[in-house]
Design a protein around this ligand. Structure first.
Ligand SMILES: [Zn+2]
Length: 302
């Protein structure tokens, strides 16, 4: 695993687009080229992003089907965007990215940031396990919404967080249309490994979890105050998330794209103890190579 540990190393490693393309090949094939058609190992380099398998003669592009396809800007600039994104612990706004990279258009900065957020979710990532606290929260808007019912300008989000010895483990978020048992159960199935212990409040939507392959523990707030939330870990995540949304994005996010912001928060939060920004950079490149390209049309349509 090779990655830059500081900005000097970053600049030394990626002085040209050629160096960036070579790095993509290295991350994609750490053990050397493997033909996706015939599994052979020898290839000619046709262009900087295209190799031709010496055995089956098929052309293989390292960027096709990834967020690096059709950038219309130097790949080096995208690498700088990725470095900037991982180095800013609190996250990045499109305006900030536009100004640091000197991008002519805000739209480019915005679409790049969204491409990178897409790459922050690991495809086929693991479900949470062990002891997991689960609750729904409202994001956006000034007032609390009613359970199970939508409210103007608000999005209902299911939060799942692992409880570890140190307190908070990994988190997952999922926007949900309602807090019905059907929605909650199917969402939890996506987020949490069966066999785990799930801790929730007494909402009836969670009542059948014990029959869905989980050990279900109902938490009750110690003071029994009406309206008090008995899920302390989710509370802490919710306040960190809301502060982050306000601080980094001045609350100006379009909540139609909330899931991108949730993905970015998840990526940053779950790697908050990572000592090396370079390792985050490597992970981002690696995950960016695993996912499909995200043209602006699909971002806007989502
Ligand atoms: Zn081949």
């Amino acid at each position: 695993m090779m990655y830059p540990v500081n900005v000097i190393e970053f600049q030394d490693m990626f002085p040209t687009d050629k160096a960036c393309f070579e790095y993509l090949c290295l991350v994609k094939w750490p053990e050397g080229f493997v033909c996706p058609y015939c599994s052979a190992h020898d290839a000619w380099k046709l262009q900087r992003n295209i190799l031709r398998c010496k055995t089956c003669m098929k052309d293989v592009s390292v960027t096709a089907g990834t967020i690096f396809q059709d950038l219309r800007k130097p790949l080096r600039l995208m690498f700088q965007a990725m470095w900037y994104v991982v180095c800013q612990k609190q996250g990045v706004s499109a305006l900030g990215l536009q100004s640091i990279l000197g991008l002519g258009s805000y739209e480019t900065a915005w679409s790049w940031l969204h491409k990178l957020r897409t790459a922050m979710v690991r495809p086929g990532r693991d479900r949470l396990s062990g002891i997991v606290e689960v609750d729904e929260i409202w994001v956006g808007g000034a007032h609390k919404g009613k359970r199970g019912r939508g409210a103007e300008g608000k999005e209902l989000v299911l939060v799942a967080v692992e409880k570890t010895k140190e307190g908070l483990g990994r988190v997952r978020f999922k926007q949900i249309p309602d807090a019905s048992a059907k929605t909650l159960e199917s969402t939890i199935d996506v987020l949490v490994e069966p066999g785990s212990t799930i801790r929730t409040d007494g909402w009836r939507g969670y009542a059948q979890l014990g029959k869905k392959g989980y050990t279900h523990k109902v938490l009750v707030h110690p003071q029994q105050e009406p309206g008090e939330d008995p899920t302390p870990l989710v509370d802490r995540i919710a306040s960190l998330l809301k502060r982050w949304l306000l601080g980094t994005h001045q609350g100006g996010q379009q909540f139609s794209h909330l899931h991108y912001y949730l993905d970015e928060f998840t990526f940053r939060f779950n790697r908050r103890n990572s000592r090396s920004r370079g390792l985050l950079f490597y992970r981002l490149v690696q995950q960016a190579l695993e996912i499909s390209p995200a043209p602006l049309s699909t971002i806007l349509a989502s």
